[in-house]
Design a protein around this ligand. Structure first.
Ligand code: SIN
Length: 496
């Protein structure tokens, strides 16, 4: 099997795929996917992709302002302008790649509204299956590309560095073969870190691998205290990956009600249910506390069954399995971990501070989200910065480093890391959730710090070990960033 490439992309979601599709066929690309190509976090995006498709400066300015307001103005202004101004050309590219956004009978794109947006500017597909449609179209293209080699069910464990430059990464596949993959340019696009929390919209494989790998290679990361909790995860008693009730449901007028049936957002923000996510999540948290409850309700019973089934087919059918009819029942919801606003620091071309290493998507921090991401800006960030990375790579000398890829021996002894993983999730939930205190963060640091230290000195070459080490590493990075940030801002809320 070939192990030398011009470009190595670690991650199989939109952030990685969009780069691969924007590179010419002469460039030899490896794509490393932790799962099969059928499973990526991007698939789960329901709401859509925010984009002003007009050249109207007022409308573009409003999207920039809404992004800054949601992010408490600690966003990077140049990155935010880039995100908004380059939206339309990248949406066109998605359409050229075969993505079919929803249109009305006259063929005009249908636009939705979500929290924090002043107006309807969100493109969607399949009603509430935007991520699924985007990934369907892109995957169809990618498997046709002869210059792209896909390593499925393979995980990157560490970056390979020579003369202060990144020259690839070490990989471990599902059969426990561990080997180096050498490349002129490497992109980390590994997605989220939700698996360090008890309840998250992310799949279980989102163990913060890219961020942890960057940390071990001394690559700069920032803003990790800003963990966004989605206000309306579908509430069930079991912990784990939570089904999302899209923000777009509130965009269509759904109201939040407490367990006593009272609408409550008016007490917290004049934008009511369409306030940015940090505010809505914190308000729900407060309401649950005051009513001694672990959930609230979303009420869209004023809409007809026909409308709901057409507008939200994925949500309608999923919660029906739990006996909930959207047209007549309140939907039980609670905030759940959803998105990391921080990550590996990148510049406007997606470059990190390590030569020849880029990052894109949720694991990266371009600065566009500030202290809290505006709804539906994440898919947009993947394509805008993904396109910029592809452009930068095209201009580079892609000579493959003259280094022979090594193979490594793996550890066959089985270790059970389950108790450590479970304690990480418990501690993060209890002390590093929506509301944080100095005392709680210090307790978390002590417990997670101990796991991190022990795991770091007991090197075990196995998939499960690296995931556990990465969970401890990212959890520790979040805690340390949260301790440093004394003030409450965006989705980082400190009581003391
Ligand atoms: C949603 O549909 O509410 C999620 C979309 C996003 O995270 O921006």
């Amino acid at each position: 099997m070939d192990k030398k490439f011009n470009v190595l992309i670690i991650g199989g979601g939109l952030a990685g795929m969009f780069i691969a599709l924007n590179l010419p066929k002469e460039i030899k690309i490896a794509m490393v996917m932790k799962d099969t190509k059928d499973i990526a976090n991007s698939e789960l995006a329901q709401g859509g992709i925010a984009a002003e498709l007009t050249k109207n400066d007022e409308a573009l300015k409003k999207h920039i302002e809404d992004t800054l307001t949601a992010g408490s103005n600690i966003n990077d202004l140049d990155a935010t302008k880039t995100l908004v101004y380059e939206a339309s050309e990248n949406i066109e590219k998605l359409m050229e790649f075969g993505v079919e956004f929803d249109k009305d009978k006259e063929g005009h794109l249908l636009l939705a509204q979500e929290g924090g947006h002043r107006g309807r500017r969100i493109l969607r597909a399949g009603g509430d299956a935007t991520g699924r449609e985007i990934m369907r179209a892109l995957k169809k293209r990618i498997v046709e590309k002869e210059n792209v080699t896909i390593f499925e069910e393979t995980m990157a464990t560490d970056l390979i560095i020579k003369d202060n430059k990144c020259i690839g990464a070490t990989l471990i596949d599902k059969d426990n073969n561990m080997f180096d993959c050498i490349a002129s340019r490497t992109v980390i696009a590994t997605g989220g870190l939700g698996a360090v929390y008890k309840n998250s919209t992310n799949p279980k494989i989102a163990t913060g691998d890219g961020i942890a790998m960057a940390y071990r290679a001394n690559v700069e990361c920032e803003n990790l205290e800003f963990i966004q909790f989605h206000p309306t995860g579908f509430y069930t008693e079991e912990d784990g990956q939570k089904f999302l009730i899209s923000e777009a449901v509130r965009g269509e007028g759904a109201q939040l009600k407490n367990v006593d049936g009272e609408r409550f957002m008016g007490k917290y923000d004049k934008r009511m249910e369409l306030a940015p996510r940090d505010i809505v999540s914190q308000s729900i948290y407060r309401e649950m506390y005051d009513t001694w409850s672990d959930h609230v309700y979303l009420d869209i019973t004023f809409e007809s069954k026909e409308f709901l089934m057409e507008r939200f087919p994925t949500i309608y059918n999923k919660i029906l399995q739990y006996g909930i009819h959207m047209e007549s029942d309140f939907i039980p919801v609670a905030p759940v971990e959803h998105f990391s606003c921080g990550g590996i620091k990148i510049d406007l071309n997606g470059k990190t501070n390590l030569e020849n290493l880029y990052a894109n998507g949720e694991c990266a921090c371009s600065g566009v989200h500030g202290a809290n991401r505006l709804a539906s800006n994440s898919l947009l960030e993947c394509v805008v910065f993904g396109n910029r990375i592809a452009e930068d790579i095209k201009k580079s000398d892609l000579t493959i480093p003259n280094v022979e890829p090594k193979t490594h021996s793996v550890t066959h002894k089985m270790f059970s890391f389950h108790p450590i993983r479970s304690e990480i999730r418990d501690v993060m939930d209890k002390y590093v959730g929506i509301v944080r205190s100095e005392e709680g963060l210090e307790i978390a640091k002590k417990i997670i710090g101990r796991h991190f230290k022990n795991l770091s000195k007991t090197l075990v070459h196995s998939h499960y070990y690296y995931e556990t080490l990465n969970m401890a590493t990212t959890a520790m990075m979040i805690i340390e960033a949260a301790i440093k940030r004394k003030e409450s801002v965006g989705c980082h809320y400190r009581v003391n």
